[in-house]
Design a protein around this ligand. Structure first.
Ligand SMILES: Cc1cc2nc3c(=O)[nH]c(=O)nc-3n(C[C@H](O)[C@H](O)[C@H](O)COP(=O)(O)O)c2cc1C
Length: 173
């Protein structure tokens, strides 16, 4: 629900506070009539298992979001800890993020980031405007993954994510 009143929490405070919620890092790739597009995100969330749905929150005006919505298709590339340079490349504002990169499709209909920890190819399921972001829901068409360690993001910085050596005993969801 939107409101016309002034925000109770300053946007920078919101960003810094939510920065305490550690996440992985992904690159969203897509391709429309104007060519390939991609951008770094950490707003990726798993929404539903059956049917398989995920969402990504895009800043208004993000070129990759516009291309994903117009083409109806995108890939989530979950980055490994060796791919910080890729995360920075795809976060540079206004740049051609694919400049100098060979396009690799790996059987997908849009270009993907090679050596990513996981690839999830999605159809755009629905688009919801929320505040200063556009939420794009993806219906997952295919999912593949490889072993490796993830790139993390915490407190506005890239970080390592360490696994504990044991499985959780109970799953509550
Ligand atoms: C770790 C990290 C996470 C980010 N997460 C998001 C995100 O979830 N949504 C978003 O809109 N921008 C996010 N950004 C910023 C975009 O990557 C950046 O604004 C974008 O690549 C600029 O591309 P453009 O010029 O094509 O809009 C993130 C940046 C970094 C470094």
């Amino acid at each position: 629900m939107s409101t016309m009143t002034a925000p109770l929490v300053d946007p920078m405070v919101m960003r810094q506070t939510m920065g305490r919620f550690a996440t992985g890092v992904a690159v969203i790739t897509t391709e429309d009539a104007s060519g390939p597009h991609g951008m770094t995100v950490n707003s990726l969330t798993s929404v539903s298992l059956d049917p398989p749905l995920l969402l990504v929150c895009f800043n208004h005006g993000a070129r990759t979001a516009e291309a994903a919505v117009s083409s109806g298709r995108f890939v989530v590339n979950i980055l490994s800890k060796r791919q910080q340079a890729i995360a920075l490349r795809f976060a540079a504002r206004g740049e051609d993020h694919f400049a100098g990169l060979d396009l690799e499709y790996a059987g997908h209909r849009v270009p993907v980031v090679p050596q990513a920890l996981a690839h999830l190819e999605c159809d755009v399921d629905r688009v919801v405007e929320a505040g200063d972001h556009t939420i794009v829901f993806g219906a997952v068409l295919s999912a593949s993954m490889r072993d490796g360690e993830p790139l993390g993001f915490f407190g506005g910085k890239f970080s390592d994510i360490q696994q504990h050596g044991h499985e959780p005993e109970h799953w509550f969801f």
